[in-house]
Design a protein. Structure first.
Length: 117
């Protein structure tokens, strides 16, 4: 998220926007398998696909809703507010991820306990 904000903030032409898109794409390519593994390690036995399905549904729903909401905000109040709000949402999400490790029971489920006997 930070790379998107920083790369877009300093992009001044087509080559720098292309470079920004390459960086985000590389980030998503690295992120997707790690997120699936992250979820699989925390899902209860037999529920891995449900957890991953819910997560990726939310991810794709954000793509469907994010574009129209972003354009609406930009047209009504300007791109400065849009990017500021994007920064705030990203910062809150990052803080949430940092604090998530403190949630009781959040640790990965041991592989042995996931095997159904």
């Amino acid at each position: 998220m930070l790379s998107v904000l920083l790369l877009n903030a300093f992009a001044g032409g087509i080559p720098t926007f292309v470079a920004a898109v390459v960086v985000w794409t590389a980030g998503e390519v690295l992120w997707a398998p790690m997120s699936a593994t992250f979820l699989a390690k925390r899902a209860p036995a037999g529920r891995t696909s449900s957890y991953q399905g819910a997560f990726f549904f939310a991810w794709n729903a954000a793509f469907v809703v994010g574009g129209p909401v972003g354009i609406t905000v930009a047209n009504a109040w300007g791109y400065e507010l849009l990017w500021f709000c994007t920064f705030v949402v990203g910062a809150v999400a990052a803080l949430g991820l940092l604090l998530m490790a403190r949630i009781p029971g959040f640790a990965p489920v041991a592989a042995e306990s996931k095997v159904e006997r």
